[in-house]
Design a protein around this ligand. Structure first.
Ligand SMILES: Cc1cc2nc3c(=O)[nH]c(=O)nc-3n(C[C@H](O)[C@H](O)[C@H](O)COP(=O)(O)OP(=O)(O)OC[C@H]3O[C@@H](n4cnc5c(N)ncnc54)[C@H](O)[C@@H]3O)c2cc1C
Length: 390
């Protein structure tokens, strides 16, 4: 697409996009297949992303951000996600699921201690919501936080936590009053080297091989009461708001996946010949390419609309975030599948990146809320049963 049609983008956005694209193509693309195949997490690349202040777009300058906003965050996330699904997660680990939550609900002391260090990647973050028996039904989580003097004592297990084996801190959701269900949930900042914290890596997973994922086990972990974010018992509301940020980031990464699949397909269709012509000349191949273009650009348009609303102050635009998340994450599943049609057998081999893109694209339907949950929010909003935006 020609730049002049990107009417939503300012000059700064275009410069940011070009800079991140160049970085991703130069520094990440040459090593992405090797790192995935060797399950190698490169902290150095995260540091390099931090040096470009990529995590700081929605964060004010006084805490180490650059204040460029949510659209800038979406653009940077897409560009990294286009080249590596594994590294795309950094935007949620360093920014949306950690720094932004501390920014919204943390004390000034917590903000000063953690946010600049997350921005510079001096420390790595993670966030723990999911448990072995509590996925979509977050209010059924059983991790407890019991007040003991000036501390809370955390006990429980968190499952499927991105980066927990390499993280220095975590934003952890726990029940301070189990009987009160979602009204008894609170949120804490927990250092991963605190006594009683251990992690177990999940080694075999479908994709995102260069992205460490695991389980956090908390046994009598003492956290200062001052590490609580916001008020006791308000954690479920904070969780819903945190997801309104992390879902935008996931959706932007999903657009990157679609773009990567489309780029590979265009290249291949123009190179491959059968029956004496380039396969790009066959109308049935063109039909597939057209669908990929539409899905990718429709997803991007929804992501950008959502980000632009946030830049205008509508940060709790739950409906538009869920819409973007649902559409873009479904596209990240379907567009790589269409790419496989174009590349056919070569797409099935590891010689081309489609196999990796296809594997990594699947995750978007699951994390930050499974697709059915997105559908439920959209349908109950449309039917007037429960408004998504309040
Ligand atoms: C690679 C990866 C990284 C992740 N990273 C993190 C992380 O960093 N932090 C974190 O906290 N979590 C993380 N997660 C967990 C993720 O957020 C959960 O997997 C997700 O919320 C869904 O939960 P579940 O997988 O337990 O599915 P379940 O909730 O058990 O759902 C199973 C199926 O039932 C459907 N379903 C559930 N409830 C309903 C309903 N009411 N109506 C209709 N259908 C329903 C779901 O849509 C799904 O299809 C990660 C997951 C993966 C795979």
């Amino acid at each position: 697409m020609s730049d002049q049609y990107d009417v939503e983008l300012t000059e700064d956005h275009v410069m940011l996009r070009d800079m991140v694209r160049k970085f991703a193509d130069k520094e990440i693309a040459p090593v992405v297949e090797r790192d995935e195949n060797e399950h190698r997490f490169q902290r150095e690349l995260v540091t390099q992303m931090a040096e470009l202040n990529l995590f700081g777009c929605p964060v004010p300058e006084e805490y180490g951000g650059n204040g460029m906003g949510y659209l800038a965050h979406a653009i940077a996330t897409e560009e990294i996600g286009r080249v590596s699904g594994s590294l795309r997660v950094a935007f949620n680990m360093q920014t949306m699921g950690t720094a932004m939550s501390i920014l919204k609900w943390g004390s000034e002391e917590l903000k000063r201690k953690y946010i600049p260090a997350l921005m510079s990647a001096e420390i790595l973050g993670c966030f723990g919501i999911t448990e072995p028996d509590a996925g979509s039904d977050t209010a059924s989580m059983t991790t407890t936080a019991t007040k003991d003097g000036s501390e809370y004592v955390l006990n429980g297990r968190k499952m499927w936590i991105t980066w927990c084996p390499v993280a220095d801190m975590s934003v952890v959701f726990a029940m301070t009053d189990k009987k009160a269900k979602h009204r008894g949930m609170s949120v804490f900042v927990m250092d991963m080297d605190a006594p009683g914290v251990s992690t177990k890596a999940i080694k075999d997973k479908l994709g995102l091989w260069a992205c460490p994922t695991g389980e956090i086990i908390m046994e009598d972990v003492r956290v200062p009461a001052s590490n609580m974010l916001g008020q006791e018992g308000k954690g479920f509301g904070y969780l819903m708001q945190e997801l309104i940020s992390t879902r935008l980031s996931a959706a932007a990464g999903a657009v990157g996946t679609c773009q990567a699949a489309l780029d590979e397909s265009i290249k291949y269709a123009n190179e491959r010949s059968q029956f004496g012509s380039r396969i790009a000349e066959f109308q049935m191949v063109q039909e597939v390419i057209a669908r990929m273009v539409v899905e990718t650009e429709a997803a991007r348009a929804l992501v950008w609309r959502c980000a632009i609303q946030k830049d205008k102050g509508l940060v709790n635009n739950n409906r538009e975030t869920v819409l973007a998340k649902f559409y873009a994450c479904r596209a990240a599943d379907e567009v790589p599948d269409l790419a496989l049609e174009v590349l056919s057998a070569y797409g099935y081999s590891n010689e081309y990146p489609i196999a990796r893109i296809l594997r990594d694209g699947k995750v978007y339907k699951i994390l930050e809320g499974a697709t059915n949950i997105m559908k439920m929010i959209l349908a109950t909003d449309a039917l007037g049963i429960k408004k998504a935006n309040r």
